[in-house]
Design a protein around this ligand. Structure first.
Ligand code: NAD
Length: 389
């Protein structure tokens, strides 16, 4: 029986993916092979030595000390794109809230609650609406910063709304480029996107080059009255610069999933309580994807959507499967293959991939590996994890 420890409320549809005949799923499991979690923080926890993998049902992995786990051979997965549609739909909501005085007009209607005379109420409704007129999205320009799983969906949606779309992503992946409408035009740099966009939406991770990217300099390059939507991460935006841009009119509105003290009471800032991925469908998609990735790793050694290991997958042959992880330096793979050859062990199939400082190999061999063989492989210099799958 393989054992999975869960934290947080993982959608049942995901938990049901673990075949009951060879998986035990239990929040209190003491010697888990893998962990499936959402936002539970692992930084201050001692991880049982049995753990081989951790799957985060979601995109960010800030709650997992990934760099501590990599040298131990623990593979950390996330579920990129599983919540992309949920965020895309909240961007649509934000575009509409940012272009029409919707929330303000609702607040106005709430002030009419005590009006009991229908004719008088109607008069006040008609008189009030003049303050809340807006503009349409059609024909306006949306700048999309980051064209990954979410950004690409947002860009395509905006094209279908009749908007012009400019994208900026210096590290656009081939896979993401394939998803993108050919009508999305490319900005060479952030400032050129800001100068041309009526609306700007951020879809980048919070990493060194992006933290504080929306700062005073960025706002001075922006088109007057621009609407900024940030459903990615709070750290991307310099709060003081946003407040000053809202006050000066440089920013027409700010909509964000990350409330902060200074913005909560600002009339031109609309804040959501981190709602981006909070849909039933997104939680289910993340749980299913996380569970499937763990099953494929535990049962086959395959790695898909890891944040610390390379993507490696191989169809099973009739042989016995081994996997090993090592420092990404020359000769380690050769040493292992020589070792197998010296023991007259035939290799049926093999795949080896590297990522940054580490390499990972799946190898199918003709005969059942003995504990002595596993021991020998583990003792090869620079090999830090060996597993019989
Ligand atoms: N509000 C929420 O609940 C919620 C939900 C899901 C994701 N998110 C956030 O949204 C972000 C995007 O998610 P995703 O699934 O699209 O991620 P993703 O990894 O698919 O895409 C991120 C994109 O940003 C690009 N990028 C990196 N640095 C850049 C830079 N300096 N300038 C421009 N582009 C840059 C990358 O090349 C990549 O294409 C996540 O990192 C996460 O922080 C928030």
């Amino acid at each position: 029986m393989k054992k999975i420890r869960t934290y947080n409320n993982i959608a049942t549809v995901g938990l049901n993916k673990f075949p009951a005949n060879h998986y035990e799923v239990d929040a209190a499991c003491e010697t888990p092979d893998a962990i499936l979690l959402r936002s539970h923080k692992l930084h201050n926890e001692v991880l049982p030595s049995s753990v081989l993998a951790i799957a985060r049902a979601g995109a960010g992995v800030n709650n997992i000390p990934v760099s501590d786990y990599t040298p131990k051979g623990i593979v950390v997965f996330n579920t990129p794109g599983a919540n992309a549609n949920a965020v895309k739909e909240l961007v649509l909501t934000s575009l509409l809230l940012g272009s029409r005085g919707i929330t303000q007009s609702m607040d106005y209607v709430a002030t009419l609650a005590s009006e009991t005379d229908a004719a008088e109420l109607n008069k006040k409704v008609e008189a009030g609406k003049k303050q809340y007129g807006g503009t349409e999205l059609i024909g306006k320009t949306l700048g999309v910063v980051g064209l990954g799983a979410i950004g690409a969906k947002v860009a395509n949606m905006a094209i279908s709304l009749g908007m012009k779309v400019i994208g900026y992503d210096p590290a656009l992946s081939v896979e993401a480029a394939w998803q993108l409408s050919s009508q999305v035009s490319r900005a060479e740099n952030l400032n050129s996107l800001l100068a041309r966009s009526d609306y700007v939406t951020l879809h980048v991770p919070a990493i060194k080059p992006t933290i504080g990217m929306m700062n005073e300099d960025a706002f001075s390059a922006a088109k007057d009255g621009m609407v900024l939507i940030n459903l990615a991460r709070g750290e991307l935006v310099d709060e003081a610069a946003v407040i000053s841009a809202l006050d000066s009119g440089k920013l027409g509105a700010h909509l964000s999933d990350f409330p902060s003290e200074g913005l909560i009471n600002h009339g031109k800032s609309t804040l959501f309580p981190h709602l981006g991925a909070s849909t039933v469908e997104a939680e289910e998609n993340c749980a299913v994807m996380g569970a499937n990735q763990l099953i494929d790793f535990l049962d086959n050694g395959n790695i898909v959507n890891s944040v610390n290991f390379p993507a490696v997958a191989m169809e099973r042959t009739t042989g016995y499967r081994l996997t090993f992880a090592n420092d990404n330096i020359p000769k380690v793979l050769g040493t292992i293959l020589n070792l197998l050859a010296d023991l007259n062990i035939n290799v049926l199939d093999m795949v080896n991939k590297s990522r940054d400082d580490i390499a990972y190999t799946i190898v199918d061999i003709e005969q059942e590996p003995t504990p002595a063989l596993l021991e020998k492989l583990s003792s090869v210099e620079h090999v830090f994890h060996v597993r019989r799958v």
